[in-house]
Design a protein around this ligand. Structure first.
Ligand code: GLU
Length: 553
């Protein structure tokens, strides 16, 4: 009775060998330095910022090196699987322009020749590898019941020993092959465990691209590699998949750092080179002076839904993530205002080891800058998309008055220092509602007059202005000259300077008069350029607004 007999008993139908699979999935023919990497989420239905972050980094590295980026779905834990999760993941990532060269493209379909990319479809491949491990005496069936495992744990707790299935506690490791064979023949349930090759007293050093060399005790745990349902555990699937898919770099969250001793051991037992590893620190949050991981439960900004609902442009979120990914990115961005993320060269050594600190204010600032630099038409298209989903009323208005809205978004945009009014699409309506009669007419007005507040003076100023001075065809300079003329007629200084030199001689200055016009037409004391607003309004609407003012005051 040999290990081979045992392996054949367990996997009677597995005929392909590891060599067969190595031939089916040959080494990739790629240029020197090309990185083959992947995003390998479990389909649990929740896409969070950590997913976007690590897939964004992996995608960037693959692109920078003309490599391959693929999507593998890790559904070996069938109980946690959620319907529609794959579609969700693909949609959310695509939103951030994260796309794949290979892998799953829907719940059931895939592209690429290194698949299947859905782990539950790879059972036969895993079995061939597990069979090989058993044949080589590197894995064995374990028949321990839950009670027996509990007993082992209790004994370890009592002796203050390490918890786990190892060394003298690894009961089934010692079962003679014949006995194991008979038990299986008799229909006894079992799982497969790795016969760990490590010695806990010895050290293994693993190089991580982010953290440098990390030293661990060797793995001596006989971890489970195949569960009762015949599917492999994550660790074993990682070995088989990343080997056969010819992954060169594993870029993933640092919750897996502690599994490294197991992972490098698995590769070494198989006799193949492990991929390079880059473990990304989680995004942190500071609360009351204490730093902690961003939490799915406590922090809404953890879920991608949050950014979508807020109407934060995906490009701005990406720029922000890049500042978290590479500490030198912000400086680079400031020096290269006309360039995009694609032009920036990512470097593993510039990743923050302690984890980037999530800073909403900074994100908003980046977003403001971004939104101020794009074309008004581009802004408009994104705004329409957002409003269509979240604000039907506003959607109707901005699509009905398309050119008007683009004109509004274009105010003080194409200039050296553009205006920075908006950080997100959800803010736009609250900032510009007064531009639309449909919104303006329906609210209780709160005119924000300041220095000039007498109703008679305001009405007089406005009526004189519209009757005597305002001409739609004036250029901005003439327009302003006329406001100065109006100021003078009413006893206000033409220039602020004049007023300051001799305040007793004037009721105020041209700034006060401009403010009256601004507030009269919009109710707001702060708006984008008044000249442009009035141009967009046209004379008729201005007259209407003055009437409205008379009624409201
Ligand atoms: N399925 C694992 C996860 O979702 C992937 C880890 C890896 O990328 O190796 O965390």
């Amino acid at each position: 009775m040999t290990n081979k007999d045992l392996a054949d008993l367990i996997f009677p139908n597995i005929t392909k060998t590891i060599e067969d699979y190595e031939k089916m999935y040959p080494k990739r023919d790629l240029p020197e330095g090309a990185v083959v990497t992947r995003f390998a989420p479990s389909p649990t239905g929740f896409v969070h910022i950590g997913h976007i972050f690590s897939s964004f980094v992996a995608n960037k590295v693959a692109k920078d090196t003309n490599g391959v980026f693929y999507l593998r779905i890790e559904d070996t834990d069938q109980e946690r699987k959620v319907d529609g999760a794959i579609t969700n993941i693909i949609r959310d990532l695509n939103n951030y322009n994260i796309t794949f060269d290979e892998g799953m493209v829907s719940e059931t379909e895939e592209k690429g020749v290194y698949g299947p990319y859905l782990q539950s479809k790879r059972k036969e491949i895993y079995h061939a590898f597990i069979k090989h491990f058993i044949e080589q005496g590197m894995a064995y069936p374990c028949f321990c019941s839950k009670d027996e495992i509990d007993e082992i744990r209790h004994a370890q707790e009592k002796r203050k020993d390490r918890i786990g299935y190892y060394g003298r506690y690894a009961k089934c490791r010692k079962i003679p092959i014949q006995d194991a064979y008979d038990k299986i023949k008799d229909g006894e349930e079992f799982i497969i465990r790795l016969k760990a090759s490590g010695d806990f007293e010895k050290k293994v050093v693993v190089k991580d691209l982010v953290r440098g060399n990390i030293s661990f005790p060797e793995n001596d745990m006989d971890i489970v590699i195949m569960k009762k349902d015949g599917l492999p555990t994550y660790h074993f699937a990682h070995l088989v998949d990343d080997y056969l898919m010819r992954t060169t770099h594993v870029i993933r969250s640092d919750e897996w750092v502690s599994s490294l001793p197991v992972h490098v051991q698995l590769f070494s037992m198989l006799g193949v080179k492990p991929p390079k590893y880059a473990h990304l620190s989680p995004i942190m949050k500071e609360e009351n002076g204490v730093k902690r991981k961003l939490s799915k439960r406590k922090d809404p900004e953890c879920a991608m839904k949050f950014y979508h609902e807020q109407g934060l442009p995906t490009e701005a979120v990406k720029l922000y993530l890049m500042t978290l990914a590479n500490t030198n990115f912000e400086q680079w961005m400031d020096a290269n205002k006309d360039k995009t993320i694609d032009d920036f060269e990512f470097s593993f050594s510039k990743i923050s080891k302690s984890g980037g600190l999530f800073d909403v204010e900074k994100l908003m600032n980046i977003s403001k800058n971004y939104l101020s630099r794009i074309k008004a038409t581009e802004f408009y298209d994104m705004l329409v998309k957002y409003a269509k989903e979240y604000d039907e009323e506003f959607y109707e208005l901005i699509t009905k008055y398309k050119d008007f809205t683009i004109g509004l978004l274009n105010i003080e945009r194409e200039q050296k220092k553009p205006r920075k009014d908006y950080a997100s699409f959800s803010e736009v309506k609250d900032l510009v509602w007064y531009m639309y009669d449909e919104l303006f007419d329906n609210v209780e007005k709160n005119y924000e007059f300041s220095n000039i507040s007498s109703k008679d003076e305001i009405i007089n100023l406005m009526n004189t202005y519209i009757e005597k001075y305002y001409d739609e065809n004036d250029d901005q300079q003439t327009w302003f000259e006329k406001i100065k003329d109006l100021s003078e007629e009413f006893g206000y200084a033409r220039e602020v300077k004049e007023y300051k030199e001799d305040p007793d001689n004037y009721k105020g200055h041209v700034g006060d008069v401009s403010m009256v016009i601004r507030v009269s037409l919009t109710t707001k004391s702060m708006t984008p350029n008044l000249y442009d607003i009035m141009k967009l309004f046209g004379k008729e609407r201005i007259i209407k607004r003055i009437k409205e003012l008379e009624n409201s005051l």
